[in-house]
Design a protein around this ligand. Structure first.
Ligand code: ADE
Length: 425
């Protein structure tokens, strides 16, 4: 493809990585048929023409396909990273060099750069924000109130971001509509469960090359991400222990066949610990004290707060890198604890994030969520809105069609039965 635009402003690692990025973006695109159909329609209809858009996402091959669809829709889009360690530098380079999309993201950027990129994104004066974890929206609300009148709305990708948006709404500071992409059925049933399940184990295996069969794997949290992670760990032959704070989810884990116990009991038993709770300090000082020598800890929740690395650091005589994304903390008690991906999302730090086939549906929701916001500009109340059910079902239908799977339709008789209350025993 020959570039026909002036190269946009950007901050990426190395533009010469663009050809590799292009190859990988196209490879991912093969597994994203739903997003492709949306992109083709967007290219014809231009539903986002004239819209300034900021996307704060993990800069991956899948996000690139979303960004290309948004550009095809006519959006003036800027992309920044939603995590300092998740950027794929070849993808960032390609989006700038081949597609003319401004990207501000470098794998391993420090916290200061990450925060600065959020400011750069807000300098774009967005009408729509696609957020993954709510950092852009939170910064907008805290620091850029003069820009609030220009906002049409936001879409949010993650459970963590939705928790933050709900807290903002409760505090009366969410003054525009937010589309809850996470809660669409075609998002969390697949992305959170099968996406996190597979990519988390992929990250652990790429970082360590350990055998999971026969290992005691402790999964902290039994939400959709925890369910997928536990299921896939069991599939590889691990003995899975689940820890939970929610009694209903704990029963679910028990009835799914897992051992359930508090972290204090699991800590001395685990060979590998995976946190997916969305909460802070799920593994902390007293747990490190009783872990086996060589226990591995990692996180697949959105923020790097689930493992108390400060407490672990305080117990360490030495910290050394033993493999890529793998650090050994040699403790004063003579034992070692291994930390993967600096306690950040291990699936994106040490692997490539969720596979494209699930991100296809997640990002179809994102693209259609943006279109919905524009179509309903000025009509949606401030607060959190679901993706319309018909949009969710349409994404599922398109996905099935692309997979070559057909399902039954209700007969007229069945429709009548489902709409009546008169017939019973
Ligand atoms: N979140 C989890 N996996 C992802 C991926 N592959 N691309 C973008 N965001 C993600």
């Amino acid at each position: 493809m020959t570039a026909t635009y002036t190269q946009p402003k950007h901050e990426v690692k190395d533009l010469s990585l663009a050809p590799l990025g292009k190859q990988r973006i196209e490879w991912a695109g093969r597994e994203m048929p739903v997003l492709r159909q949306i992109r083709d329609r967007f290219a014809a209809e231009k539903p986002l023409a004239g819209i300034r858009l900021v996307a704060c996402c993990h800069v991956t091959t899948e996000t690139a396909n979303l960004a290309i669809a948004l550009k095809a829709a006519g959006a003036d889009a800027v992309l920044i990273a939603s995590n300092p360690l998740s950027t794929q530098d070849d993808v960032a380079a390609c989006l700038v060099a081949e597609y003319g999309i401004p990207v501000f993201a470098i794998k391993g950027e420090d916290a200061e750069t990450y925060v600065r990129h959020v400011q750069v994104a807000l300098d774009h004066r967005p009408n729509i924000i696609i957020d993954d974890g709510c950092d852009v929206v939170a910064t907008l609300v805290k620091e850029r109130q003069d820009q609030l009148s220009e906002i049409i709305g936001t879409t949010e990708e993650t459970t963590t971001g939705i928790v933050r948006l709900r807290a903002m709404f409760k505090d009366g500071v969410l003054t525009f509509p937010a589309i809850n992409v996470n809660d669409a059925d075609t998002k969390h049933f697949f992305d959170n469960r099968y996406g996190t399940g597979q990519s988390t184990l992929d990250g652990i295996i790429r970082a360590t090359n350990i055998l999971l069969a026969g290992k005691n794997v402790v999964v902290a949290g039994y939400g959709w991400c925890g369910k997928g992670t536990a299921l896939r760990a069991r599939g590889l032959g691990a003995n899975v222990i689940v820890t939970e704070i929610d009694p209903t989810k704990a029963i679910e884990a028990v009835m799914d066949g897992f051992r359930v116990m508090p972290m204090s009991e699991a800590a001395p038993q685990g060979d590998l610990f995976i946190t997916v709770t969305g909460n802070k300090h799920v593994i902390r000082s007293e747990h490190f004290d009783v872990m086996k020598d060589g226990a591995i800890v990692c996180n697949s929740g959105h923020f790097d707060i689930e493992i108390d690395l400060k407490a672990l650091g305080a117990k360490a005589k030495e910290v050394r890198t033993v493999r890529n994304f793998t650090e050994e903390y040699r403790l004063q008690n003579g034992k070692s604890v291994i930390v993967l991906g600096e306690g950040r999302l291990v699936n994106l730090a040490a692997a490539e994030g969720h596979p494209s086939a699930v991100m296809d549906m997640s990002f179809a929701n994102q693209a259609l969520g943006c279109e919905y916001l524009v179509k309903n500009k000025g009509k949606l109340e401030p607060g959190i809105h679901s993706i319309p059910v018909e949009v969710d079902k349409q994404i599922a239908r398109l996905k099935l069609q692309a997979m070559g799977i057909y399902i039954d339709n209700l007969t007229p008789d069945q429709i009548e039965y489902m709409n009546s209350w008169t017939s019973g025993t």
